[in-house]
Design a protein around this ligand. Structure first.
Ligand code: CU
Length: 161
């Protein structure tokens, strides 16, 4: 029922009215000169199951959904060929060290305070596609500090000899 109503109104209202997907805290890391790619991070929530399949940005030649995987003790990133599935119960957190949107073929260096226009493409089980427009703010990496815990994520322990 709900779906029918949504479908009926979508034709008449701007995309925001049928935005079943909500995106927040969109940010990207600054890059150094000559750096060709950058990660974008965000929180995603949805009211209906859907899949994030990719994106588009005027500042990049390609925008992919990436995950990090451990391979031979080395963290590597990999494109999610089938996209990132989202459910209402479980949105997605795109954060450093995990899932991220990859800007590939950056047209310019990203510096503090820049904003990166970004379109995100979603596809639901019925094959309906929708686009969400957002902007990523370029800012330094900040570790989430829920409950005041110290961000202690050390990949390497220095050994004194
Ligand atoms: Cu990546």
């Amino acid at each position: 029922m709900k779906k029918t109503i949504l479908a009926a109104c979508c034709a008449l209202l701007p995309f925001s009215a049928w935005a079943e997907v909500q995106v927040s805290e969109v940010w990207a890391r600054p890059t150094v000169a000559g750096q060709g790619a950058a990660g974008v991070f965000m929180q995603l929530q949805t009211t209906e199951p859907t899949t994030l399949i990719g994106g588009e940005s005027p500042l990049a030649s390609a925008v992919d959904v990436h995950e990090m995987v451990m391979q031979d003790d080395v963290m590597k990133m990999r494109r999610l060929e089938n996209g990132l599935p989202l459910t209402p119960e479980k949105g997605a957190e795109l954060a450093p060290g995990g899932l991220h949107i990859m800007l590939i073929g950056l047209q310019k260096q990203l510096t503090m305070g820049d904003t990166v226009p970004l379109k995100l493409f979603f596809k639901d089980a019925q094959g309906e596609q929708q686009t969400l427009e957002t902007t990523a703010e370029v800012r330094p990496m900040m570790m989430p500090t829920d409950n005041g815990e110290k961000p202690t994520k050390h990949l390497h322990h220095p050994h004194a000899h």
